[in-house]
Design a protein around this ligand. Structure first.
Ligand SMILES: C[S@@+](CC[C@H](N)C(=O)[O-])C[C@H]1O[C@@H](n2cnc3c(N)ncnc32)[C@H](O)[C@@H]1O
Length: 204
């Protein structure tokens, strides 16, 4: 009965916002969310890219603006990664935990912002991933600053997926001027036919 409310994707079971368990959480919540209220399509493009270009097994990964944490769950389940998701919005955590449980994963969650991540935090990770996290003009600068802090820490690579909004292109321009970065066009056929972009910054 609930099959129609689940996306099966590369070994993951992803509950849609129409799933009864998701709706039950929604009923308990009120107020504003910074778009952490569903799974966003750019995350599927990022997962597809990571499926074709796997990280080293057992990598330590930070997913920024993780929302429901789908990319991190993919890496936990399929690439044996040790992933921590951070999101500024505490209201995403119950959805995150639900998707974690559905997939028998143990991805960790911290409620905190991009801005709060300093060198000591970043040194614990090899990769940073994020999808659909640069959607307002005022997000470009904090993300560029975070990338700068990551470059001086131990991070090997940063991957940020986006549908192609102006603040994201602004971030791509800033990175192109300063770092070894590229933009990858990623097409996907499932769960929907779509085309997204991935900013890849190689730090080493
Ligand atoms: C459009 S959603 C994308 C969620 C998820 N990455 C996905 O693709 O399904 C953007 C997420 O970024 C989070 N976010 C926004 N500003 C943030 C900040 N300054 N620090 C950390 N997370 C932030 C929001 O709370 C939200 O969950």
């Amino acid at each position: 009965m609930t099959k129609q409310h689940i996306i099966n994707y590369l070994g993951l079971k992803i509950l849609k916002s129409t799933h009864p368990k998701v709706r039950k959480i929604k009923r308990t919540q009120t107020g504003h969310s910074a778009h952490g209220n569903k799974v966003w399509r750019s995350s599927f493009a990022l997962i597809e890219y990571l499926d074709n270009n796997p990280l080293k097994q057992q990598s330590k990964v930070l997913e920024i603006g993780c929302g429901w944490g789908i990319t991190g769950l993919y890496l936990t389940k399929n690439q044996n990664a040790d992933v921590t998701g951070i999101d500024t919005d505490s209201s995403v955590q119950p959805y995150f935990e639900l998707q974690n449980t559905m997939n028998d994963c143990a991805m960790k969650f911290q409620q905190r912002s991009f801005e709060s991540l300093i060198g000591n935090d970043l040194q614990n990770y090899q990769y940073i991933v994020g999808s659909d996290i640069c959607f307002w003009d005022e997000m470009t600068k904090p993300l560029f600053d975070l990338i700068q802090r990551a470059i001086t820490s131990n991070i090997k690579k940063i991957l940020i997926a986006d549908p192609g909004r102006p603040p994201f292109w602004e971030l791509c321009d800033l990175c192109a001027e300063t770092y070894n970065s590229e933009i990858i066009t990623q097409k996907i056929d499932t769960p929907w036919k779509s085309e997204k972009y991935i900013l890849a910054i190689n730090t080493q």
